[in-house]
Design a protein around this ligand. Structure first.
Ligand code: PLP
Length: 376
């Protein structure tokens, strides 16, 4: 029996999404650029999928480009914004708790002579607007922050940050990494004064390899893939129609069920908290998760990597941090100032709507078993 509680790393493809992909592979497999009816049928699916995805992102269909996922969206936004704005300055603002896609892009820019300010979180994983405001300068050309942190589940104050950016640095572009926010919190890029926003399909029940980049009307970054001129000339290459149709199908299901899913996941979160307090009262919660789908806790004395193996032997899957950290110490928990014992024993539990109380019970049984074996 599998108890998969690592849904922020990736999650199971929804049956509706899988069906849509297979349909595009086996039936409506024309190239959307072809002029014959097979192409026209595919182009119709592309148009409808864009409308569905745009509604999930809270933007107009013409503002949405299909891309391969969060990493591509983030890289495209960051390098594109810097290229567009470099004559205004060389300063970038981000946070110390971003995903590796953002941090590595910023590192590369630093090596090319750009200056990056990394806003530090407080001990609960929160980013204060005042710290961002204080970091903004006349030569700031890009502000890029995440909406929901993938390790501790804090929600960043993107609306306030966006307002400050537009007030203090009218030239600067504002990018939001909304990968962990899609269908967890409403996406309202217009209200956030957001110019660019990235999301990823494989976190919501679409296959891996699809995502979307919102680019506000008028914010035209230089095309970075040239060729056949697909995606309004911004991203050339034949559109991955099976993935695009699957992404739209996942968006339809998740939009329809969003409120019920959130309520269900909040119930699982509350149950996990209550049971941990009762059965493992010495466990420590990391961060003040604002969203119910991400929970981070430490079991001091039980090394994460070893605990993961114990859990896995009982069919329970969680992670020690983000999947991308691959066993390295979490930069998020470190930035929060947690001590080594807490960082070394941290576990991230992340829920999807298909999870049940039985999954939480299995996790708790396995944690108790692991703690007996490992706790020194
Ligand atoms: N941003 C955040 C907050 C994430 O959690 C992830 C994936 O874990 C990404 C970006 C990268 O997305 P993708 O895996 O689609 O490239």
């Amino acid at each position: 029996m599998i108890h998969y509680l690592d849904n922020s790393a990736t999650t199971m493809v929804l049956p509706e999404a899988a069906e849509a992909a297979v349909h595009m592979m086996r039936e409506t497999f024309g190239n959307p650029s072809s002029l014959h009816s097979m192409g026209i049928d595919a182009a119709r699916v592309l148009k409808e999928s864009r409308e569905t995805a745009a509604s999930a992102l809270g933007c107009a269909p013409a503002e949405l480009t299909f891309i391969s996922g969060g990493t591509e969206g983030i890289n495209t936004a960051i390098f594109g914004a810097v290229r567009k704005n470099r004559h205004f300055g060389r300063h970038i603002v981000t946070t110390a708790i971003e995903h590796a896609a953002t941090l590595q892009a910023c590192k590369r820019l630093e090596s090319e002579g750009f200056e990056v300010t990394y806003i530090q979180p407080d001990g609960a994983g929160r980013i204060q607007v005042d710290d961002v405001t204080a970091a903004l300068r006349e030569d700031t050309i890009l502000v890029t922050v995440m909406l929901v942190n993938n390790e501790v589940g804090t929600v960043l104050p993107v609306a306030e940050i966006g307002r400050a950016v537009k007030r203090q640095c009218p030239h600067a572009l504002f990018h939001v990494d909304a990968v962990q926010g899609l269908f967890r919190v409403p996406l309202t890029p217009y209200k956030w004064s957001c110019d660019l926003m990235s999301v990823s399909g494989h976190k919501i029940g679409a296959p891996k390899g699809i995502g979307a980049l919102y680019m506000k009307k008028g914010v035209r970054l230089a095309p970075y893939l040239v060729g056949g001129g697909q995606e309004s000339g911004f991203r050339s290459g034949t559109e991955p129609m099976p993935n695009i149709a699957a992404f739209a199908a996942a968006c339809r299901v998740r939009a329809r069920d969003m409120q019920a899913d959130l309520a269900h996941v909040a119930e699982l979160n509350a149950y996990l908290h209550e049971q941990v307090e009762a059965r493992l009262p010495w466990a420590v919660w990391n961060g003040e998760g604002d969203v119910p789908h991400v929970v981070n806790l430490s079991l001091p004395g039980c090394k994460s990597e070893v605990m993961l193996r114990v859990l896995e032997s009982d069919g329970v899957f969680v992670s020690a941090g983000s999947a991308c950290s691959k066993g390295h110490e979490s930069h998020v928990l470190r930035a929060m100032g947690l001590d080594k014992a807490r960082i070394d024993s941290a576990l991230r539990v992340s829920f999807a709507p298909f999870n049940t109380k039985e999954d939480v019970d299995a996790l708790l049984d396995a944690l108790e078993k692991g703690a007996k074996l490992l706790r020194r």
